[in-house]
Ligand binder design. Structure first.
Ligand SMILES: Nc1ncnc2c1ncn2[C@@H]1O[C@H](COP(=O)(O)OP(=O)(O)OP(=O)(O)O)[C@@H](O)[C@H]1O
Ligand SMILES: [Mg+2]
Length: 256
């Protein structure tokens, strides 16, 4: 699904004051592309994702999916993984994953797919556990499995791996890329992890804050699978860091 974000502006009323959170946001995503969005906390990343998902109305501007304006959430087309796991507290891991699964499937097909997805996110053995019996990262993995289960053609991920340890995070990034390669899903990934943005994205949209606006779009022209230790990767990393820190600070602070 090709996505076009056109002149998106968003105001919120905070303490009676009108605050501009997003200012004139423009970028596009080709069908089957991956876009990473990076920016400091509070710059409007989650708000932008909600506008793209149709969960939040922009004050002006528009978002088009394959040339068609969206103004309401469409779960069939767009899957969203929110920043915080939104699980049903009284339902088990497998019931949470099952929630929203296509009703056209037979009972045995559903069972098989749920088992595959529990395994995909490494939760085999925890099928019957309730969310409160899981760690934050495990809960997030349940959300990831739930949003993948119907294979939406567009997937919006809001810092999905933020609560995971470095090793699980790298494995989950690879798993999402496998699904992307297989299904040709269009992906938008909000992340505060610059290496993750580079590892995953065809393009990186750098947002600046107050109000959130596109500072730069960086194309990542590295072959996949990407090697985080390569010189080419480091060159892109430097380019992204330069958007946030003055050049003279980079060598000292990050040694890249
Ligand atoms: N529903 C809302 N009502 C009023 N203000 C809001 C609402 N949602 C977000 N905001 C404000 O919009 C701004 C951007 O918030 P947003 O959650 O989009 O930031 P973010 O970039 O996702 O931050 P983080 O990296 O911390 O998740 C913040 O100043 C926040 O207070
Ligand atoms: Mg956010």
């Amino acid at each position: 699904m090709a996505i076009n974000v056109k002149n998106v502006q968003k105001f919120f009323i905070i303490n009676g004051r009108k605050i501009e959170v997003l200012h004139d946001i423009n970028f596009s995503i080709g069908d089957g592309q991956i876009i990473s969005i990076v920016g400091t906390s509070g710059c409007g990343k989650s708000t932008l994702l909600k506008v793209i998902a149709g969960l939040e109305q922009s004050t002006s501007g528009s978002v088009e999916l394959n040339g068609k304006k969206i103004d309401h959430p469409s779960e069939k087309d767009i899957g969203v993984i929110f920043q915080e796991p939104r699980l049903l507290p009284w339902s088990s891991v497998e019931k949470n994953i099952e929630f929203g699964i296509s009703q056209t499937l037979s009972k045995s097909e559903k069972k098989k797919i749920i088992r595959e997805h529990v395994d995909l996110v490494g939760l085999t053995g925890f099928e019957k556990a309730l969310p409160k019996q899981l760690s934050g990262g495990m809960q997030q993995r349940v959300s990831i499995a739930r949003s993948l289960i119907n294979r939406p053609n567009t997937l919006l991920l809001d810092e999905p791996f933020g609560a995971l340890d470095a090793f699980t995070k790298i494995n989950m990034q690879k798993e999402v890329l496998h699904i992307w390669e297989k299904e040709k899903t269009t992906l938008i990934l909000v992340t505060h992890d610059i290496d993750e943005a580079i590892f995953m994205g065809d393009k990186i949209v750098v947002l600046s804050a107050k109000p959130g606006t596109v500072k730069k779009v960086i194309s990542v022209e590295l072959p996949r699978p990407r090697d985080r230790t390569s010189d080419d990767f480091a060159r892109v990393r430097r380019l992204v860091y330069e958007q946030f820190f003055p050049k003279e600070e980079l060598a000292v602070e990050y040694n890249i």
